[in-house]
Write a protein that binds this ligand. Structure first.
Ligand code: FUL
Length: 460
């Protein structure tokens, strides 16, 4: 490309860019809690209780895949300390459970099912361990690193490693049954933890309250702030310590590229409880979550907790199917294809950055303007008046988040009517109109501190 715009502010790493394109993937919360009906196990649960009767990793993977999800992140160890893989460093694991006669390995089965289904695989390894005798001492930190090393070495490529911020204090701790406090900013030696993941899984993104690759969105309800910037100043954040409002909105300008991930469960709880079978989120609720997460430039991590059989429950699967169907119907065809495009300015006046680039379906090309043009307009003329319900706008992320204000107008015959406005675009902004609007012409207005680089426009 000749004379492309210079990047503005922090920009995504290759691994962050690859992660961003996944958009939606699933969380699997599964441990002794599934069998004790708890959300947080105390750490004194007998491994004997872990006994899924019909565990089928392929059913988990295929159900997620059928819903269009691109990967699975499994709770290899939750706060209760029970390990879903036969760790060499503890007996508090599947080894001591009836599952596959003590010879099973849930992490392996799920990772293999993902590979088979063409899904990415990731792990959650709770830093807080309410079972471990030496939790709160240096010995436990060495144990934690050893476990992370097992998970990063033995289960193929990981796309994400999830560091939970919860540190509740009390627990079983090898029988001590007491409160233990740690300083979450220093205790876990995050530098060592991060270096280990980078060394063994260089393509994996690490999730934590302040990154380093992906940040928490600051709530577990399924929405991102508006605006939601992909940048943050994470210096004062660490797992378990973060300003929720800053996580929801990001910091602008920010020192780091740190996009948000929206984690939410399809049920009220993170673990399966039969009492919640009638409280599975409906396809409509899941759609709202999609627009408030993916539609705000974030990725969606949707929790699908396996039940006591070790399967995704029928009610959850039915909701997922309804959700997928609605998404497929909405996004089947980009109605903007074929529109005549007129830009107020084109960089260099040439074809390389022409307005048409927003309709070519390529992540490599974009419409841009001359450097000094930081406010620009793009008009789309349709052959026939078009009924629009959803508009999708994507920035070209390798050049950073550039647009700071946008507005969308529809032509009403003699004047423009504003349909939507906002600040951040980023990876993608989905605008869902309250009422479908029929118009022969739409206008997009963008402005920011530098010239825009708009990758794609979609109308549905
Ligand atoms: C929280 C945990 O305490 C919950 O149990 C769950 O794992 C959620 C995703 O993160 O911090």
């Amino acid at each position: 490309m000749s004379n492309p715009p210079l990047p503005y502010g922090p920009t995504p790493s290759t691994r962050q860019l690859a992660w961003q394109r996944l958009e939606t993937y699933a969380f699997l919360h599964f441990t002794v809690n599934t069998f004790t009906d708890k959300e947080w196990g105390y750490g004194d649960e007998s491994p004997e209780v872990f006994n899924p009767t019909a565990f089928d990793a392929d059913q988990l993977a295929e159900t997620a895949k059928g819903a269009g999800l691109k990967g699975l992140i499994l709770t290899a160890k939750h706060h209760d300390g029970f390990c879903l893989w036969p760790s060499r460093y503890t007996d508090h694991s599947v080894k001591a459970s009836p599952f596959r006669g003590g010879k099973g390995d849930v992490v392996r089965e799920v990772s293999e099912a993902c590979a088979h289904a063409g899904l990415r695989f990731g792990v959650y390894l709770s830093p807080w361990d309410r079972n471990h005798k030496y939790y709160a001492s240096q010995y436990y930190v060495a144990y934690y690193l050893s476990q992370l090393e097992e998970l990063c070495s033995d289960y193929g490529p990981l796309f994400e490693v999830w560091f939970d911020g919860a540190n509740g204090g009390d627990g079983y701790y090898g029988g001590a049954r007491e409160q233990r406090q740690i300083d979450a900013s220093t205790y876990y030696e995050w530098d060592k933890v991060r270096a280990l993941v980078r060394r063994l899984q260089p393509n994996a993104c690490m999730f934590g309250d302040g990154g380093p690759d992906i940040r928490w969105v600051g709530n577990e309800e399924g929405w991102a702030g508006d605006p939601c910037w992909a940048t943050l100043n994470p210096a004062d954040f660490y797992p378990g310590h973060a300003d929720l409002s800053r996580l929801q909105h990001g910091d602008r300008p920010g020192t780091d590229w740190l996009p948000a991930e929206v984690d939410v469960s399809i049920r009220p709880g993170w673990f399966y409880h039969a009492s919640e079978d009638a409280r599975v989120k409906t396809p409509e609720q899941l759609l709202d979550i999609y627009y408030a997460s993916v539609g705000h430039g974030c990725n969606l991590l949707l929790n699908l907790p396996p039940d006591r059989r070790g399967l995704i429950h029928e009610a959850d699967a039915a909701s997922l199917r309804g959700w997928r169907k609605a998404l497929d119907e909405t996004f089947a065809t980009n109605l903007a294809q074929g529109a005549k495009l007129t830009a107020s300015n084109v960089r260099g006046g040439s074809g390389e950055f022409a307005a048409e680039k927003v309709l070519d379906g390529s992540t490599e090309t974009y419409w841009s303007t001359d450097d000094e043009v930081t406010s620009a307009e793009l008009v789309l003329d349709f052959e026939q008046p078009l009924e629009v319900r959803v508009i999708c706008l994507r920035e070209h992320l390798p050049l950073g988040q550039r647009v700071e204000e946008f507005a969308l107008d529809a032509w009403e015959g003699s004047s423009w009517r504003q349909l939507a406005e906002g600040q951040s675009l980023g990876s993608q902004r989905l605008l869902r109109l309250e009422q479908p609007f029929t118009t022969p012409r739409l206008r997009l207005r963008l402005s920011g501190p530098v010239c825009p680089a708009l990758e794609e426009v979609g109308m549905y």
